[in-house]
Design a protein around this ligand. Structure first.
Ligand SMILES: *[C@@H]1O[C@H](CO)[C@@H](O)[C@H](O)[C@H]1NC(C)=O
Length: 177
């Protein structure tokens, strides 16, 4: 009886160890993988800058979001959470990050993105599988901003990590209309 339990225990421990070792190898080989993503973010149109009742400013941007994240995928990739954020500095608040668009990519075959979006409304577009959010913040007049695409990589095993591509050099209108 005793030895039977012991044996089961040993087999279990062994298989857990083997599994753990496999996982370690998985995330190690994954770490050697060097992806070469291509990202192109453009502002196609800038809507009027509005002052809202609550004192915030809001602006509608039409963006072109193009990316090829196929090379980010390995056999150990479960999914990518991808988002595009406008980032700017303000004297009052320091670093600001406003998410304008996000999506989840579960397959390498879907890792090529080519979309035109308008950032104005909060809406869910299930057919194409992404969300858009408004560009809203304190006094946006004349702000210089960057568009940054982030991708959070969720692996099947191992720690998740984030990478990004920054496209700098955009500016908001200097006055309301
Ligand atoms: C925008 O990008 C430039 C150039 O990469 C960088 O120096 C600057 O700090 C960025 N601004 C923000 C708010 O991240």
């Amino acid at each position: 009886m005793y030895s039977w339990i012991l044996r089961v225990n040993t087999v279990l421990t062994l298989s857990v160890t083997v599994l753990a070792a496999l996982c370690a190898v998985a995330s190690m080989t994954d770490g050697l993988h060097r992806p070469s993503p291509a990202v192109e973010l453009k502002v196609l149109n800038v809507g009027p800058l509005e002052r809202l009742r609550n004192g915030d400013d809001r602006i509608a941007l039409t963006l072109s979001i193009k990316a090829d994240l196929e090379s980010v995928f390995t056999w150990n990739t479960k999914q990518l959470f991808v988002f595009v954020a406008a980032e700017y500095w303000s004297p009052e608040e320091g670093f600001n990050q406003i998410s304008l668009w996000d999506t989840i990519i579960e397959k390498k075959e879907n890792a090529k993105i080519d979309q035109q979006i308008k950032s104005k409304m909060l809406r869910k577009a299930t057919r194409v599988g992404y969300f858009t959010y408004p560009f809203q913040g304190k006094d946006l007049r004349g702000r210089d901003f960057n568009l940054t695409m982030y991708w959070n990589v969720m692996p099947i095993s191992g720690a998740f990590f984030t990478d990004k591509a920054v496209v700098p050099g955009f500016q908001l209108p200097i006055s309301y209309n």
